[in-house]
Design a protein around this ligand. Structure first.
Ligand code: GLY
Length: 352
């Protein structure tokens, strides 16, 4: 097992290894003073893992209740959030008790936001069961729900009291969901880890994911520790996300987050090459790597539609938008782009 310690407004360990679902009860008893644990999960994940986690919590001396909602990004909304808060109130959870987020990014974001707001703050443990949640969403304390106006528009920075990443859960993932996580792993490489990219080019990390997951989490830890509230360095984690959110929105969220990020990374890299800010070879290596991990590298949406959807993203601030631009293999830079120039970036990046 590998442990990465994050020191933010709360210090916590991210434990990465095998068989950790059975250790949830022990971990919860380190953090929750009360005797009730509420497990939050969705209909994809609960049939596989809820029983193991419930048993572990009971062995740890907890009364366990569970809230299972229909799987999918569409459920990360105000209705599910209020249902969850009402459920916690009906189960009489107190501030001494705690929540367990058992699932992917949707479960983690929703549970975290409920934890941040129920009784003005209750402890929660993240137990990610997708690669995407393991390397990104479960770490760093971004919690949110979607509004009709866009993704993650209501939320809070609220750190978990611990993260237990059981690598065994990655084995049950459908290939397409695993690929979504690969997009985030490649993103970490493109931000600042050329050696990670080189390795991904040569080996398939599914055989031994512990070191690679830990490496991504450590990179995220470094950025979160520098900039917990996302006003500077942490924004590097948005590589591919600005245009990626436009792709997701154009598709009415039928294109998954990881696939959209892969397309977004390709578009911004192609534009950076065309502006002479990034060597051409980086684009061909990146697209080959994305394809190796079964990720898309272009979209049918027109640049103008992508631009319009991208503008509603919250990364816009006044008349500028923070764009993460690859400048070399394993190296990216944050650039403030006047909103008026973004259309040209997308136009150049979307050209075949
Ligand atoms: N997912 C990007 C971040 O946590 O900042």
């Amino acid at each position: 097992m590998t442990t990465v310690t994050v020191t933010a407004s709360q210090q916590y360990d991210v434990k990465i290894g095998r068989g950790l679902l059975s250790a949830v009860g022990k971990e919860a008893s380190r953090h929750f003073q009360g005797r009730t644990a509420a497990v939050v999960s969705d209909t994809n994940v609960a049939p596989y893992y809820l029983e193991t986690v419930t048993e572990s919590l009971r062995r740890g001396g907890f009364r366990v209740c569970s809230f299972v909602f229909p799987a999918g990004e569409a459920q990360k909304n105000g209705g599910t959030y209020l249902d969850l808060l009402e459920f916690l109130a009906q189960e009489h959870l107190t501030r001494a008790d705690g929540l367990i987020a058992l699932g992917g990014g949707v479960v983690g974001d929703l549970t975290g936001f409920a934890a941040a707001t129920f009784l003005r703050g209750i402890s929660f443990l993240q137990v990610p069961t997708t690669l995407l949640a393991a390397v990104d969403a479960s770490v760093g304390g971004k919690t949110a729900i979607d509004l009709q106006g866009g993704k993650n528009l209501a939320g809070a920075f609220y750190q978990p009291c611990g993260v237990l990443c059981d690598l065994d859960t990655l084995e049950s993932l459908p290939a397409s969901v695993f690929a979504d996580g690969c997009a985030e792993v490649i993103k970490y490489g493109m931000i600042g880890d050329a050696a990670l990219l080189d390795r991904l080019e040569k080996t398939d990390f599914r055989a031994d994911p512990e070191e690679i997951v830990a490496r991504c989490v450590a990179q995220k830890r470094d950025l979160v520790e520098q900039d917990e509230f996302d006003t500077g360095a942490r924004q590097l984690l948005n590589l591919g996300h600005t245009v990626g959110h436009g792709v997701e929105a154009c598709s009415a969220y039928t294109i998954s987050h990881g696939k959209a990020v892969a397309i977004g990374m390709t578009i911004v890299t192609r534009a950076a090459v065309s502006y002479g800010r990034c060597p051409r070879g980086v684009l061909s290596r990146l697209t080959a790597l994305l394809e190796r991990y079964h990720l898309p590298i272009h979209t049918e949406y027109l640049a103008q539609s992508l631009y319009e959807k991208t503008l509603s993203d919250k990364k816009r601030s006044g008349d500028t938008i923070a764009l993460v631009v690859p400048i070399d293999w394993g190296k990216s830079q944050l650039q403030q782009i006047p909103v008026g120039e973004l259309a040209a970036w997308i136009e150049r990046g979307n050209a075949l």
